[in-house]
Design a protein. Structure first.
Length: 82
């Protein structure tokens, strides 16, 4: 069963669709269906993106410079004493 939808496009998207139609010779509806199918098939490929922007912390992870060296140094001393 087929479903029909109506959408409003920005001028940029409308121009892009017209360009693709001229390049490929395909009807606009087919181009849209292909793009929707492509988005659907790619939606599960990067599930980690659902966490984007949700993790707090320093933007520059290198802001804790020397932290690893200090912790490794203490660990080495502890290991040497054992």
């Amino acid at each position: 069963m087929s479903h029909t939808i109506s959408i409003r496009l920005t001028p940029e998207l409308a121009e892009w669709l017209q360009e693709k139609r001229r390049e490929t010779g395909l009807p606009i509806s087919r181009i849209i269906r292909q793009q929707l199918e492509r988005a659907k098939s790619e939606s599960g490929k990067q599930p980690f993106l659902r966490h984007a922007g949700k993790i707090s912390g320093p933007q520059d992870l290198s802001s804790r410079k020397g932290f690893a060296r200090r912790s490794c140094g203490k660990r080495r001393k502890n290991l040497a004493l054992s």
